[in-house]
Design a protein around this ligand. Sequence first.
Ligand SMILES: Nc1nc2c(ncn2[C@@H]2O[C@H](COP(=O)(O)OP(=O)(O)O)[C@@H](O)[C@H]2O)c(=O)[nH]1
Ligand SMILES: [Mg+2]
Length: 221
Amino acid sequence: MTVTLIAATLNELEAAKVVLPRIGRKYVDEIIIVDGGSTDGTVEFCKSQGYTVFQQIEPGYGSAMKEAIARASGDIIIEFPPDGNSMPEKIPDVIRKLQEGYDFVIASRYAPGARSDDDDFLTAIGNWGFTFATNLLFWSSYTDVLVGFRGYRKSAYEKLDMTATSLDWSMQMPIQFRKKRLRVADIPAIEPKRIGGVRKMRPFRTGWRILKILIRERCSL
Ligand SMILES: Nc1nc2c(ncn2[C@@H]2O[C@H](COP(=O)(O)OP(=O)(O)O)[C@@H](O)[C@H]2O)c(=O)[nH]1
Ligand SMILES: [Mg+2]
């Protein structure tokens, strides 16, 4: 199975310089950088290193993912935020788990053996609360529904009804995989602190969108 890694960037120059070279090309057949309008030289850097970079058309993280998946040639898609929060060394583990037969694998910060070094009080509560609510409402057993680092089979993705355009994308996907009764799993993956730049996730604004999609998905069971 061939692998496409999708990395969404919005002013992530400092992190991209550190993280992208660590992605093992032995495991990944294609890397697509989808940029949301960086002004800090991220795009110029990525192009100078030979990466495939394109500018998303519609705004938001979910739109970026959708547009990138449409261009992906791999049988497996890895969503990999290149902001320092995810460890490239874990990519082979995600791929291996998918090859075992799973459709969707989450690199969980809260599975036994993992942790987040990036959480603050609010994000820790939010991650716990949304994961708990998802498991309760959809009879699932996820340990981390919001982490951006995950992988899935493209053939399975094509069965989903993904409508989220912003960071609520990350919430809708585990729900959709569950609703379609696909095979899901998680592996433990430590989340280091982000490297440089600023977080785009805004706890209250993003949290509100996530809550809305959770309710909408529940109402359309
Ligand atoms: N292309 C694109 N990338 C985005 C957008 N919003 C966030 N990102 C990227 O998505 C990744 C995760 O964002 P971040 O704010 O760190 O979220 P968090 O790690 O969940 O707190 C980073 O690499 C961001 O640069 C967007 O609208 N478009
Ligand atoms: Mg981040």
